[in-house]
Design a protein around this ligand. Structure first.
Ligand SMILES: Cc1cc2nc3c(=O)[nH]c(=O)nc-3n(C[C@H](O)[C@H](O)[C@H](O)COP(=O)(O)OP(=O)(O)OC[C@H]3O[C@@H](n4cnc5c(N)ncnc54)[C@H](O)[C@@H]3O)c2cc1C
Length: 129
């Protein structure tokens, strides 16, 4: 369990993120899942907040509005849903192309360059689909 800044309550100076953290995404009762889309954005906030606390500047509450599921179905293509009620938005080849783009572009690690790495860790720039 973590608070909105991804601090571990009762353990000063410790933040948790990704699969290890149960974090609220919003005020509507939705919590981050063990997924890349949540881990990537939470990581940016946790890293920012750990550094901010060390520097004595304000931390930023983690928030993530969007939630999508993109499921590869092999030869049957894929299924893309949006929202916590999983409204179907794409099927078949179109969804499959999106799945491949997610894996090769959206969640792909940044180049091993300082500017690219820092940009990918900026909470304001990490995509909220
Ligand atoms: C088979 C599989 C398929 C998945 N498919 C999808 C998918 O299609 N879409 C999706 O959104 N999510 C998917 N997930 C979930 C997604 O991979 C995780 O939610 C995400 O990787 C969590 O990120 P994380 O940074 O919290 O943890 P991780 O990615 O697990 O990173 C933790 C890192 O910490 C390192 N580590 C562990 N212990 C130590 C230590 N003591 N010291 C130093 N380093 C340590 C590990 O080696 C690892 O590199 C999948 C997971 C699995 C297992």
């Amino acid at each position: 369990m973590v608070d909105r800044d991804l601090r571990v309550p009762g353990v000063p100076g410790v933040f948790a993120t990704g699969d290890a953290a149960r974090a609220a995404c919003d005020d509507a009762g939705n919590y981050a899942l063990m997924s890349c889309q949540h881990a990537t954005r939470m990581g940016a906030f946790a890293g920012n907040n750990a550094a901010a606390e060390l520097l004595g500047v304000p931390t930023r509450p983690y928030h993530q509005k969007a939630y999508v599921t993109c499921l590869d179905l092999g030869e049957a293509g894929a299924l893309f849903t949006r929202g916590w009620d999983r409204k179907v938005e794409m099927v078949g080849d179109t969804a499959k192309k999106t799945k491949q783009e997610i894996n090769t572009v959206w969640i792909y690690p940044p180049l091993a360059e300082r500017a690219a790495a820092l940009a990918s860790a900026d909470p304001e720039r990490v995509t909220d689909l």
